[in-house]
Design a protein around this ligand. Structure first.
Ligand code: ADP
Ligand code: ASP
Ligand code: MG
Length: 459
């Protein structure tokens, strides 16, 4: 069971989490938790202030974060655990101040130090949630994720070393579960084999949950968040967005890569390889498992079923750059292969007369991406534009759904936008849009495609 930042943003949310876990004790849960609310962003801002040499501002922000954590933690911790809480807060914030001093001295936020700063969010949240579960009468056991998730040293986007990670997770977690205890660990954070702190990249707690679930041969990975599941598009843009009941791993990967923030694309790696079902659920509106099982709730991502073909969802992301890679003689396949390796930051938009068009959403990856692409192609860097993706694995099966989708895009006024290509992981129709058109375009497309009964598309 993974709980995202909004699910633990303050004391009342944490108390809801305790009840959600308690109601599912019979299924022998393991808990993965994100940093509280916007803590990760705050920590990285602290790192930036320290890198500018602004120690005063950095310390002010550290104190604010401490206040936020102390307030929530005191409200959810029972008296006998108070000393333990005070020690945890004093310890973590003391370490954070030392890290801040190290950054001030270096006058730069090197990726290694960015990860060290960011990691405090998950460490704090997992310690606090452990105490809250204990107050709720659950025998929760805190585990330090840095001792379990072993990664390479690509700071800010580390990849797990699965063999070592799986071994450590099984050794540490399974005995606790067998004793009826509830292990709790932070997501997003790991460490190299030498013990240097790393992170899996922003939003990486979902990924941790899948790594843990796959290592333990779990029944299911539950991603508890602030929406009912994967919806037909981002509800912040289209409030009428509807719940999608089921998705294949390939479709979920496509949506996550194309910008549907509710799930980190990395999650689908370990889960897909094992066929481990992933369910997205709302921590604001959980079902009561004494009456209904979770099995009917949220979005279930699993092996592909025999659902009728329709577009599953619309995702969009703003990209920092567009890259036009013109392959040297016959190197088209090499460009495609390189782009695949660099994904999901690099989104494949299609090929035209020997040139591949790629969208890159992380400006900090540009040097590395250029370095790799230049080995196989000439590369032009263009200003970024948003990409809207209409995702369905069924688009590959027959022309009818693809054609209907293109018609819907045209009807939604996307004629001026360019329809670029099919997807990589599975089929997606992608539209290159202008920033100011995204909201109107997604809203119209959503109307065209999802105006039928109960969440089914009208292709
Ligand atoms: P958490 O803190 O639980 O990890 P996130 O903020 O990372 O939660 O993800 C949840 C948010 O993802 C939702 O509030 C929603 O605005 C956004 N989102 C974007 N696309 C979708 C989609 N297709 N379905 C559901 N939510 C989406
Ligand atoms: N706390 C981390 C972030 O904000 C990881 C996560 O929430 O998944 O990016
Ligand atoms: Mg998230």
């Amino acid at each position: 069971m993974k709980f995202g930042g909004s699910s633990v943003e303050a004391a009342p949310a944490i108390e809801r989490v305790v009840e959600i876990v308690r109601a599912r004790l019979a299924r022998r849960p393991v808990v993965v938790v994100s940093a509280m609310g916007k803590t990760t962003r705050r920590l990285l801002e602290i790192g930036d202030a320290a890198a500018r040499g602004d120690l005063g501002q950095a310390h002010e922000m550290v104190d604010e974060l401490r206040e936020l954590h102390a307030r929530a933690a005191e409200a959810v911790t029972a008296e006998p655990d108070r000393a333990r809480l005070d020690a945890a807060l004093a310890g973590r914030f003391g370490e954070l101040r030392r890290t801040v001093s190290e950054i001030v001295a270096a006058r730069a936020l090197a990726p290694r130090l960015a990860d060290e700063v960011a990691a405090y969010g998950e460490l704090l949240a997992s310690e606090i949630l452990t105490l809250a579960l204990r107050r709720g009468g659950l025998d929760a056991a805190f585990l330090d994720c840095r001792t379990l998730i072993v990664t390479d040293d690509r700071f800010t986007r580390a990849e797990p070393l699965y063999e070592a990670t799986d071994e450590r997770l099984r050794a540490a977690v399974l005995p606790l579960v067998a004793e009826g205890r509830v292990p709790v660990l932070g997501g997003y954070v790991g460490a190299t084999p030498e013990g240097v702190t790393t992170t899996l990249g922003r939003e990486g707690s979902d990924f941790t949950a899948a790594i843990v679930g796959a290592a333990l041969d779990a029944e299911e990975v539950q991603i508890w968040t602030d929406v009912d599941g994967m919806l037909t598009t981002d509800p912040r843009l289209v409030p009428a967005a509807r719940l999608i009941r089921t998705l294949s791993f390939a479709e979920a990967l496509e949506l996550a890569s194309a910008g549907a923030k509710v799930l980190h694309p990395g999650t689908l790696g370990p889960a897909g390889r094992k066929g481990l079902p992933v369910r997205i659920l709302s921590s604001r509106r959980p079902v009561d498992p004494s009456r209904d099982s979770d099995n009917g709730a949220g979005t279930l991502i699993g092996r592909r079923g025999a659902a009728p073909p329709h577009v599953k969802s619309i995702a969009f992301r703003r990209n920092a750059y567009l890259l036009r890679a013109t392959a040297e003689d016959g190197a088209g396949a090499a460009v495609r292969e390189t782009a695949g390796r660099l994904g999901p930051a690099v989104l494949w938009l299609g090929e035209h007369e020997g040139a591949a068009l790629l969208a890159l959403d992380r400006a900090d990856r540009l040097p590395e991406v250029l370095d790799q692409l230049l080995q196989v192609a000439r590369v032009e860097v263009l200003a970024g534009r948003p990409v809207v993706s209409l995702v369905s694995e069924d688009l590959t099966d027959g022309g009818a759904l693809a054609a209907a989708t293109l018609d819907a895009a045209a009807a939604a006024g996307a004629a001026d936008a360019r329809l670029v290509a099919d997807g990589t992981a599975c089929a997606a129709v992608r539209i290159l849009a202008e920033e100011e058109d995204v909201a109107r375009l997604v809203t119209r497309l959503h109307q065209e495609l999802f105006d039928g009964p109960a969440g089914e598309a009208v292709p």
